[in-house]
Design a protein around this ligand. Structure first.
Ligand code: BES
Ligand code: MN
Ligand code: ZN
Length: 506
């Protein structure tokens, strides 16, 4: 495999646009922009910017790109204007996407060194802008074509200077942005791997190596240990596969943790989901190599949490398995007994995610977590409900759901709350066992969440369904086709911001 992302050097500077030495200067441009704060720019461009605005070639609409040569005293040979929409509506997310757009456009042109200009806005503080722009640039330095043997379609960004008003003030924000961007790419790299390369064992090995290198404590439970713990639901999913399951447990133990809080992060790690005996149609089955995106997000988020020193104890639990048909596979009608003791009638072997999450949530509780967030590519129904850009949030109490939603908003991972009313529970009624593993088509994302809730032990719990958001099917100026790394930054932001939600409970 070729590297799928690169880490550019990133530095802060307060040099003037005229004095920055880079292959390309990136300037965010707003609609109706007079560039009062960059008055030399159009002079250096020989008037090309004014002409492009006049003719309507470049309007400053979000993520439009305009490249012009510079002369007349500028050290850099070119400038790229990237549209950022109306100045009054700019958010950190717009700046993140603006920086990604610039990075992808520069890579397309094989331009390796960039300078990004940060312009003051009334809506985004300088530190949030710095973090978001750093994240955006790192997200652009990711490549999905990791197994192509020919020439790469795009170059890499090697060095970035971020021009800000006060470099010292925003240095911590830059660090945060670089780490969060890099960790998002770690998750994308894992999700991009095909099922024959990333098996439960290799996923566990890679997760352990990456987490260990970040100073986290790692435990890998093998099939024997999983059997001793009587995780009948996880084992039931694995039965049809020749690949043994794993559970990776990752601990972040900061030197001075907040008292009484242990954040539990659980991620679905199905390295390939064929559906099992209830086999999926052939069309698009290849997409199911990314059914471990939630697990990858948990691993990568914990790496970010460790590197940024979040002041809260965190425990990540990632159950890893394939879901395959075979002579030993679990059949529809079979009964599985969870580690907690609850019994499940399997009606559809393709509803496997909730089974492995249930045993993993129980294990996280055994390890002493006080708050739970699980992340999973759980249901096609969630894609129907919310589409490809918004993850579903399910959970209780509402204040905890809202904390996760706020973290996702800061992270640029859109998410929105969905109901978990008890009324839906009757859809999981079984004649023979405690409940079934599917509730039918109606409210499919909700019944999936309610199944997982059965194993949350009444702790504050949020389930994030990323079935629609984990993989981008269409390229955008700011995002290539492929794995998005959704939820990595949400989980890290949640842990970093622990002081704002811990007081909720007291
Ligand atoms: N991994 C799938 C969910 C999925 C579907 C993710 C589409 C991404 C895109 C999950 O294991 C699954 O198969 N869910 C079933 C549940 C059903 C059988 C109750 C589904 O959504 O069809
Ligand atoms: Mn499935
Ligand atoms: Zn699945």
């Amino acid at each position: 495999m070729q590297t799928v992302y690169r880490l550019p050097t990133v530095r802060l500077t307060d040099e003037s646009t005229r004095d920055i030495a880079a292959d390309l200067i990136v300037v965010p441009a707003f609609e109706d922009d007079d560039f009062a704060d960059e008055s030399e720019l159009d002079t250096m461009a020989g008037g090309a910017i004014g002409r492009a605005r006049q003719s309507g070639e470049f309007k400053g609409k979000a993520f439009e790109v305009f490249v012009t040569t510079l002369a007349h005293g500028a050290k850099a040979p070119r400038a790229m204007l990237v549209g950022a929409g109306a100045r009054g509506d700019v958010t950190a997310d717009v700046l993140r996407r603006m920086a990604s757009t610039a990075g992808l456009a520069a890579r397309q042109r094989r331009i390796p060194t960039l300078a990004l200009i940060q312009r003051a806005t009334s809506t985004v503080p300088a530190d949030a802008a710095t973090q978001a722009m750093a994240e955006g640039i790192l997200l652009a330095n990711f490549e999905v074509a990791s197994y192509k043997t020919g020439d790469a379609a795009r170059g890499w960004i090697e060095a970035v200077a971020l021009r800000v008003a006060n470099p010292t003030a925003v240095a911590p924000a830059l660090e945060r942005g670089v780490v969060l961007g890099e960790c998002t790419n770690i998750a994308r790299e894992l999700a991009n791997e095909p099922g024959n390369v990333l098996t439960p064992r290799t996923f566990a090995d890679r997760a352990a190596r990456l987490a260990g290198a970040a100073g986290l404590q790692v435990d890998v439970l093998d099939e024997q240990r999983i059997a001793e713990l009587k995780m009948g639901m996880l084992l039931g999913v694995t039965r049809g596969s020749h690949e043994p399951p794993r559970i990776v447990v990752i601990r972040h133990e900061p030197p001075q943790p907040l008292d009484g809080v242990v954040l539990g992060l659980v991620g679905k790690g199905v390295t390939f989901d064929s559906g099992g005996i209830s086999i999926k149609p052939a069309e698009n089955m290849d997409k199911m190599k990314d059914d471990m995106s939630g697990g990858a997000a948990v691993v990568a988020a914990l790496i970010a949490i460790a590197r940024l020193g979040a002041p809260v104890r965190c425990i990540g639990v990632v159950p890893m398995t394939e879901n395959m048909p075979g002579g030993q596979a679990t059949r529809p009608g079979d009964i599985l007994i969870s580690a907690e003791g609850k019994t499940v009638e399997i009606l559809n072997t393709d509803a496997e995610g909730r089974l492995i999450l249930g045993d993993a949530l129980w294990y996280a509780r055994e390890l002493g977590v006080t708050h739970i967030v699980d992340v999973a590519t759980l249901t096609g129904a969630c894609v129907v409900a919310l589409g490809k850009t918004t993850s579903g949030l399910f959970g209780t109490p509402p204040a905890w759901v809202e904390q996760v939603r706020l973290a996702s908003e800061r992270a640029g991972d859109r998410s929105w709350p969905m109901p978990v009313f008890d009324d839906y529970k009757e859809l999981l009624k079984s004649d023979i066992a405690d409940f079934t593993n599917t509730g039918g088509r109606a409210g499919g994302a909700i019944t999936g969440a309610l199944f997982v809730k059965e194993f949350s032990g009444n702790l504050p719990w949020v389930h994030m369904d990323i079935a629609g958001t984990a993989w981008a099917e269409e390229a955008k100026p700011y995002q290539p086709k492929g794995p998005t790394g959704v939820a990595v930054r949400t989980l890290a932001e949640l842990a970093l911001d622990v002081r704002s939600w811990v007081k909720l409970d007291s």
